[in-house]
Design a binder for this molecule. Structure first.
Ligand code: CIR
Length: 260
C-alpha cells in the first residue's frame, strides 16, 4: 500500500496560548483566530480527502501542542512516543499518550535519554529518514532506528540543513518515488534513487507539503511550486499557512496520520 494512503488522523484544537508558540526569529505573534481558521480548513481538507479526524481538546499549558506530529510517530497498529528536543514541548508526550493507547494496539516509548521530534521523520515507501537537527539528536535517532528495526522497518539517519527547524520543513513525499525538496536539502544527496522536484527560489516554505490519498496539500501563495506540481499531474489543495508559519509550522505538523 502506498505510504501516503491514510484512513484517519489525530489532531489537536489550538489553544489561545498558541500565539506564544516557539519560533526561531522574532516575527509578530500569530493571530489566534487566524490559526484556528487555518486549523479548521486543514481538518476539513483531510476529511474531504477521505480521512477520519480525531480531534483532541486544546492544551493551554503547551502552546505548540497543536503540532501533534512532533511528540509521536504512528503506523497502522503501532505508535511510538517520541521525546521533543524542545524542553517546553516535552510534556506534550504524556498528554497525547492516552489517545494513542486508545487508538493503537501497541504504544512504544523512545528510550531515555535521546531526543527525536516527528517533524524530523520522513516516511518514504521503503524506509524512514530521520534528520538530525537542533530538536533530534544522534542518541535519539539511534534509539529510534533500533526500535524501528524491531518493528521490521528501516530507519536511516540523515542531516537536516543547518538552521532549518525540522527535516520535513524542507521536504515532503509526493508519491512512492517522488520528493518535493528545497534546493539546499536536495543538494545533500539524501534522496538518492528518488525523483526530486525542487521548490523554486523564494518558495522554500512550500516544501512542507502533505500528500494524503489523492491530494497534495500545499501552502497557499506558492504559485510557482503549485504550477510545477500541477504540470506533473498532482491534485493540489492550497491551504493558508500564514499564521502557523509565524511560529515555524507547516502542513505536516498539524496531524498524526494513520495508515491501514
Ligand atoms: C516548534 O518550534 O516546535 C513549533 N513552533 C513548530 C513545530 C512545527 N512542527 C513540525 O514542523 N513538525
Amino acid at each position: 500500500m502506498p505510504v501516503f494512503e491514510f484512513d484517519s488522523a489525530i489532531l489537536r484544537t489550538p489553544g489561545k496560548s498558541v500565539t506564544g508558540g516557539l519560533r526561531a526569529g522574532a516575527p509578530d505573534d500569530p493571530v489566534f483566530d487566524g490559526v484556528a481558521a487555518e486549523h479548521t480548513a486543514y481538518a476539513a481538507a483531510l476529511r474531504a480527502a477521505g480521512v477520519e479526524t480525531i480531534i483532541l481538546p486544546a492544551l493551554e499549558k503547551y502552546p505548540d501542542s497543536i503540532f501533534v506530529e512532533d511528540p509521536a510517530l504512528v503506523f497502522a497498529k503501532e505508535a511510538i512516543l517520541l521525546r521533543p528536543g524542545a524542553t517546553s514541548r516535552r510534556g506534550e508526550v504524556s498528554e497525547i499518550a492516552p489517545a494513542l493507547t486508545d487508538c493503537f494496539e501497541t504504544v512504544f516509548e523512545l528510550p531515555v535519554p535521546g531526543f527525536v521530534e516527528g517533524g524530523d521523520i520522513l516516511q518514504t515507501q521503503d524506509k524512514l529518514l530521520i534528520g538530525l537537527s537542533a530538536r533530534t539528536n544522534k542518541t535519539g535517532a539511534d534509539a529510534l532506528v533500533k526500535l524501528l528495526a524491531d518493528l521490521g522497518r528501516t530507519g536511516e539517519i540523515v542531516a537536516t540543513p543547518e538552521g532549518v527547524l525540522h527535516f520535513k520543513s524542507d521536504c515532503s513525499l509526493l508519491d512512492e518515488e517522488t520528493i518535493l525538496s528545497t534546493e539546499r536539502l536536495a543538494a545533500s544527496g539524501v534522496f538518492k534513487g528518488l525523483n526530486v522536484i525542487k521548490t523554486p527560489q523564494g518558495e522554500e516554505a512550500a516544501a512542507n507539503a502533505l500528500r494524503i490519498n489523492d491530494i497534495v496539500m500545499l501552502g497557499a501563495g506558492f504559485s510557482r511550486t503549485a504550477e510545477l506540481l500541477d504540470q506533473r499531474g498532482y491534485n493540489i489543495v492550497p491551504l493558508n499557512t500564514a499564521e502557523i508559519g509565524k511560529i515555524d509550522a507547516g502542513l505536516s505538523c498539524m496531524s498524526l496520520r494513520r495508515q491501514g
